[in-house]
Design a protein around this ligand. Structure first.
Ligand code: SF4
Length: 282
């Protein structure tokens, strides 16, 4: 692995343009057109997506409480106490008006609150020696001449933890998204601390499962290969669509994509061809 020390001041880092992030590489790996629509088109993002809103509430609550423990030098000893603090933080944030919770359904909110119990359990079980929380690291991937941002939820002395509020992948086998995300974070950890973590843990707090990937050269190379494909797309301005029902269903930009059956163009063509009347189409 080769990373190059970045000398930019911290304040400037926040506004610095970076080429790559874990989500950008994952999105491009699924569908280059989705990457283009998400990152290059200037279309507005859907900030009201209830899964994203709940995910932010959970992540921000964990960040706040973990910071408090680290600042006070407290051990993660009492599961009940940690869970109580996490839930109190969740409710406070929910009531703050800073999160667009209008569309969040009750079952999703309840499940998010339950997942905080699981997070508390994991913290007590591991009682981590935390190096950093919400560590944002900008670094260079000199192999592909691109800059990257790794945004790690928790860095311990030898691990990276990523809180996951969604469902874990079905299979026990390797998951491409986890390899991409974990390996990019591996580069960020190395850049921050000058050594590699032993592993990257994805903590699925809704289900109480933990999946890990090793900080191996093999995983790094796999991530780098996907990152290179993204940079090739960007440099050639070529973003082919890869429609698949399972991907398009979850794509926020389905209506803007000509490859999707529900895109504005496709619906227009169907109407013009007389295959469907206007009211059916809408
Ligand atoms: S609708 Fe499907 S093909 Fe189009 S950008 Fe989204 S995922 Fe890709």
């Amino acid at each position: 692995m080769t990373t190059k020390q970045n000398t930019t001041e911290d304040e400037e880092d926040d506004v610095r343009r970076h080429d790559l992030s874990a989500s950008a590489i994952k999105t491009h790996n699924k569908c280059p057109r989705q990457y283009e629509l998400t990152y290059e088109s200037g279309l507005p993002r859907d900030d009201t997506n209830q899964y994203l809103v709940v995910g932010s509430l959970v992540h921000d609550s964990l960040e706040e409480v973990l910071n408090e423990y680290v600042e006070n030098g407290s051990e993660f000893e009492s599961e009940n106490r940690i869970a109580r603090k996490l839930k109190r933080e969740f409710y406070t944030r929910e009531d703050s008006g800073d999160y667009d919770t209008v569309l969040v359904e009750d079952y999703l909110r309840d499940s998010a609150i339950d997942s905080l119990d699981t997070a508390a359990k994991y913290l007590v079980k591991r009682n981590p020696d935390i190096r950093g929380i919400e560590v944002k690291s900008f670094f260079e991937l000199s192999e592909i001449k691109a800059s990257a941002l790794g945004y790690m939820d928790v860095c311990t002395q030898d691990e990276i933890w990523d809180w996951k509020t969604g469902s874990a992948p079905d299979e026990d086998s390797e998951d491409e998204d986890e390899v991409i995300q974990g390996s990019l974070y591996m580069g960020a950890f190395y850049h921050e601390y000058g050594e590699l973590p032993e592993r990257i843990n994805f903590v699925y707090i809704k289900e109480g499962t933990v999946r890990s990937i090793d900080a191996s050269q093999d995983n790094w190379d796999k991530m780098l290969q996907r990152a290179r494909l993204l940079m090739n797309s960007v440099r050639s301005d070529h973003y082919p669509a890869r429609p698949e029902e399972s991907k398009c269903y979850w794509c926020s930009y389905e209506q803007y994509c000509s490859a999707s059956p529900v895109s504005i163009q496709q619906v227009q063509e169907e109407i013009e061809d007389g295959n469907v009347d206007y009211w059916e189409a809408v």
